[in-house]
Design a protein around this ligand. Sequence first.
Ligand SMILES: Cc1cc2nc3c(=O)[nH]c(=O)nc-3n(C[C@H](O)[C@H](O)[C@H](O)COP(=O)(O)OP(=O)(O)OC[C@H]3O[C@@H](n4cnc5c(N)ncnc54)[C@H](O)[C@@H]3O)c2cc1C
Length: 298
Amino acid sequence: MKFGNVALKAKELGFACRENELMKAHTTFRIGGPAELFIECNDVGKLGELLAVIREENCRLTVIGKGSNLLVSDNGIKGVVLYVCDDTVTVNGNEVCANAGAKLSTVCLAARDASLTGLEFAWGIPGSVGGAVYMNAGAYGGEIKQCIVSATSITLDGDIKHYTADELELGYRTSIFKKNGEIILSATFRLDIAEKQEIQAKMDDFLGRRKDKQPLEYPSAGSTFKRPEGYFAGALIEQSNLKGFSVGGAEVSVKHAGFVINKDNATCEDVLGLIKHIQATVKANFNVELEKEVIFVE
Ligand SMILES: Cc1cc2nc3c(=O)[nH]c(=O)nc-3n(C[C@H](O)[C@H](O)[C@H](O)COP(=O)(O)OP(=O)(O)OC[C@H]3O[C@@H](n4cnc5c(N)ncnc54)[C@H](O)[C@@H]3O)c2cc1C
């Protein structure tokens, strides 16, 4: 077997591990061919040992969280795909510490239950803590940057690193991890005390707005494009009369033009073709370059 030693090590560490795992099962777009070797890391404390073997074997490595911002090639992903699913969350005073595989929703609920406010914006973002820190996820005026105090990561050489919020270089949908390729292990958020009912009301409000505006009934990866300076991607696409425009099974959502949805068994090629068409049309109409927010992986 091509990745025999890596698979052996993963199993020894108690990580589930499968060959040719279809990535469409691990992306909210429901798109993506097979990963050559798919490993589920349920304990970030043991990751160093796995990385040592991945290095020895010179394997290509792709890290994923909940796959909610990914567009995976129909041909799949070469090498090892590491799905970080260690979901330990602890609350200490007004701080919530979460391992990278924790769902944002789990962290939001833990914060609410401890009467801590500041993470409500993340309620309804279908990602993990790792993916949210990597992307500096945000919504409704909130973003990870506003409440994170620190994060830990591991380099591909196995060194553990600690970052303060300032060192994370968090910006619009970006962080230092986009540059350095380290694997995020955990993050700590500092929150404020508030009434549980107030917190719940905010969460309900934000989720209600999502349900009203977003095509949550179809698979997607959220907003397809970043917000161009001075504009809204959705408005430019709508004003280009592209709502409902489709390539194969991929369609510009009629409900929200900022979302490309998987309407009917779309392939990655369909989505990429549609993205290109949208970019060219918006450029021609408004002279604005739309940059993808979704991350293409192969
Ligand atoms: C319906 C819908 C609504 C959405 N709404 C929003 C929104 O309001 N705001 C917003 O910001 N986003 C939104 N998104 C996009 C997405 O949920 C976020 O970007 C989220 O933070 C991605 O997290 P993830 O765990 O799914 O990461 P993935 O999609 O799995 O990965 C995204 C990137 O993060 C990297 N990554 C993931 N985990 C780690 C780790 N442990 N270490 C290092 N790198 C890692 C991956 O390599 C990849 O490059 C939405 C998506 C959907 C489908």
